[in-house]
Unconditional design. Structure first.
Lengths: 393, 393
């Protein structure tokens, strides 16, 4: 093992990431504190902080009068005006964008209804370009761009394997975006990723809203289909092929036919088709699953009509709770308007179950925010994990 | 934030752990390599290595002739003769012990049949004392002792909440062991932990045997009941209350009564009672579930008799695979003798399922080793995570 320049660069990036994480998680700190907390030499911390100052990523903070002990220290803090992580959620009925600063604070959020039946990739490219320009126009260096998609994702390849509701089949989205943005000045440094929308949403749910601060969390979203995002000890559970949480075809019933050709799938019993079958209410032209669920919830006999849906939810949620032992199950999407029926039923059923009470069932309060916030957090990950250097502004 | 001695000690322990992890994971390395790979200052590494040498934990290794480049470096390596991690599995029919050295290499393994119907805690204490003495007799400093128990465990409290098959109900096992061993010279430094047997076994399965090197893994063991240990990205998935993998009462059937008072539980359909119901074969006096399953597997019409058991396994395994996306499902305990029937049936069923082929089903080859090896690994964790200092021999 000989010292190689590549390894030195690795170490520098990792040490920088350690300093950035401390500033993000513990707030302003002096160089001495950073050295003590990171275990790095003071000189090393000094060099790193100097470099981060040059990049605009950290700034001198106002020194707090530290009770008069020891010599005064000059704390530094993350500067929110330097870099941004961008998250775009492409969904069936809308597109949402969130930009976060280096500390994870929201810079802006935008939501637009989708105008076409399918989603041409060109629209995603145009939106990405516009958002990158917006960041640069504000003097922010974009660190990364993550696109959240409702479908099966090959994250390593940046590929959407299947997103039936977008009409996408085997789309190399990250490569298409990287190529298309490649000509824009500075965009070569923007890392493009693709992730599943529920995986993004569960991160956002653990950060804000009803499950903020939770580290073991299941987020369950109902749209046309049904999917879960799972957080275990604060990390998104992905599985060996990135398919963890694809529970729409978990068998919770017996004979009900599913669009996948099998029978008794969870989404055949609790997805939009099941809601339509249960209520007899027709879907209005252009109506999204959330709007439909809202109308259904308004029916006087909603609870009775939803009985088969509720039972399917009870069985599916019980399976996830027994396997994963989350502290909270968050219901999102079309399940939110049905919360008055679903939440008490699920809580009763979980309390009767083997693991007893102790798992909370809650409704997402993030609305259209969830997936794009999680995607923007994902866009910041590489820098905080030391896999990528901070680019200059 | 003022520099406090406690924090300095923290940093020293963390840095020592980083050096130990490098030596464990990458093998012998020079001090210069360790400094480069850890990002620590060379002087810091020198101090740490010196301290580890004093403790006997590392020794000078034979320098490899490094192709003549640069000045010769003296590599150091973990010394297997200094410290041990002890794992004890207490099960229904046997007690097993594994001792691992600091590098995770096996020092010894022992298995003894259990002699009494219930397992008095005093027997565990006596066994622990004997094993600690054995380690000290060989000049090894015991780092920790973890006891693997088939039951619900409160790990933070070191408490066995419930282990019906041992006749244990709310036993503060870690505290009882710590108190009982407290009078022995040196035992105050032995950290005692308790863990679920399947959680221990899944770590061993990822290290050796049919699933070695796997990082996303479900281990499913059948005894009187049924339980799972789950590994996600190489870490044991525990859940918010330590109950992750307690899938014995996952509902995979409809009306079959379970000992828990509910109906259709997985273990009511695939645990020992279900095997007896399916085969009509009586349990011999003193026969363990594995022996019983072996006799059942020898029946000429075993496959037909096991049809309801196989179907329950298909549904339960499908739920775990959809939720967790493991690369391998390892069957242990009483499922091993039934492997000729179960493995092909499960593989066919998974291939027909939503996530398709790509998940391997394998039979555990570790036998009685699995849980005690995992427990011994657990006993080494605190030092490698920097939560505990290496004690002197």
């Amino acid at each position: 093992m000989d010292a190689a320049p590549a390894a030195t660069e690795d170490v520098r990036r990792r040490n920088t990431a350690a300093v950035l994480r401390l500033l993000r998680d513990s707030g302003p700190a002096s160089r001495a504190d950073l050295a003590r907390l990171s275990g790095l030499a003071k000189a090393t911390v000094g060099t790193i902080v100097g470099h981060l100052q040059q990049l605009g990523a950290v700034a001198e903070a106002t020194a707090s009068p530290a009770a008069g002990r020891g010599r005064p220290s000059t704390p530094v803090e993350l500067d929110g005006r330097s870099h941004a992580g961008l998250g775009i959620e492409v969904n069936v009925d809308y597109v949402a964008v969130t930009a976060l600063d280096l500390a994870g604070r929201e810079l802006w959020f935008e939501e637009r209804p989708r105008t076409s039946a399918t989603m041409p990739v060109e629209q995603v490219v145009a939106l990405a370009r516009e958002q990158l320009d917006r960041a640069r126009g504000q003097g922010l260096a974009p660190l990364g761009l993550t696109v959240a998609v409702p479908g099966l994702i090959d994250r390593a390849a940046g590929r959407v394997v299947q997103a039936p509701n977008l009409g996408w089949d085997d789309v190399p989205l990250a490569a298409l975006l990287t190529d298309a943005l490649g000509d824009d000045p500075g965009s070569a440094e923007v890392a493009v990723s693709v992730d599943n929308d529920a995986n993004c949403a569960v991160r956002a749910e653990s950060l804000r809203g009803v499950a903020a601060g939770t580290r073991d969390l299941v987020y369950l979203t109902g749209t046309v289909g049904l999917g879960a995002g799972i957080l275990a000890e604060g990390r998104v559970l992905r599985g060996s092929r990135g398919l963890a949480g694809e529970v729409g075809h978990l068998r919770v019933g017996t004979t009900q036919p599913c669009a996948c050709g099998r029978e008794g799938c969870w989404e055949a019993l609790a997805g939009q088709r099941a809601l339509v079958a249960a209520s007899g209410l027709e879907v209005d032209p252009g109506e999204d699953p959330v709007g439909y669920a809202r109308r259904l919830a308004g029916l006087p006999d909603a609870e009775t009509l939803l009985r088969p849906v509720t039972e399917a939810m009870e069985r599916g949620v019980a399976a996830l709770v027994l396997g994963l032992d989350p502290s909270v199950v968050v219901l999102g999407g079309a399940f939110v308007p049905l919360g008055d029926v679903l939440v008490p039923a699920l809580e009763r059923s979980l309390a009767r179950g083997f693991t007893g009470p102790g798992v909370r069932v809650a409704l997402s309060s993030l609305g259209l925010h969830a997936a794009s916030v999680g995607a923007a957090l994902d866009a910041l990950d590489d820098v905080y994990a030391g896999r990528r250097s901070l680019p200059a502004r």
